[in-house]
Ligand binder design. Sequence first.
Ligand code: GRF
Length: 183
Amino acid sequence: MKKLAVLVSGAGSILEAIIQDGISVELVLADRECRGLDIAKTAGIPAGVVERVFGEKFNREEYTRRILQILLDHEIEVVAMAGFMTVLAPIIFEEFEGVILNTHPSLLPAFKGDNAVQDTLDYGVKLTGCTIHRATAKLDEGPILMQAAVPVLQGDTRETLHERIKQVERALYPRVIKQILET
Ligand code: GRF
């Protein structure tokens, strides 16, 4: 079985689903203090923050090299981004070519970016979903591994729609990760 690291920034409910599925997670990294870290620690998984700064002082290349070095030190072979909110520099996608996975709360290529759920509501589409794909240096691009549709319901808010999408992500992402770890 290949060694998996998960990158988080937020609530970590998708990480929680990965753990609950019985998948062995070697390492969890976060770019800020967040609930995802607590979930990792509670599960006994080595976890740490590689804190980032926001604004002009942020050096993406240097930050990415820090993350990359930690992954290499832990001999990680597959990386699953699960709500990780920092865009990493191309170097990491060269080093881990094809084995950095991402789940995104829209049917890509529609609604890329970190505001996908609100953009979906604002546009008024009636069907959205989630996309699990191999990540590349281009944000929310890369070969699609799995997609599932989720309806947008009348009266949906960003929160209600996102939660409906996340329920599907929690079911599908662990399945895809397992397949990648086994091949
Ligand atoms: C997911 O919807 C993921 O697609 C998006 O961020 C959310 C993460 O949720 N990039 P959580 O932090 O795992 O609850």
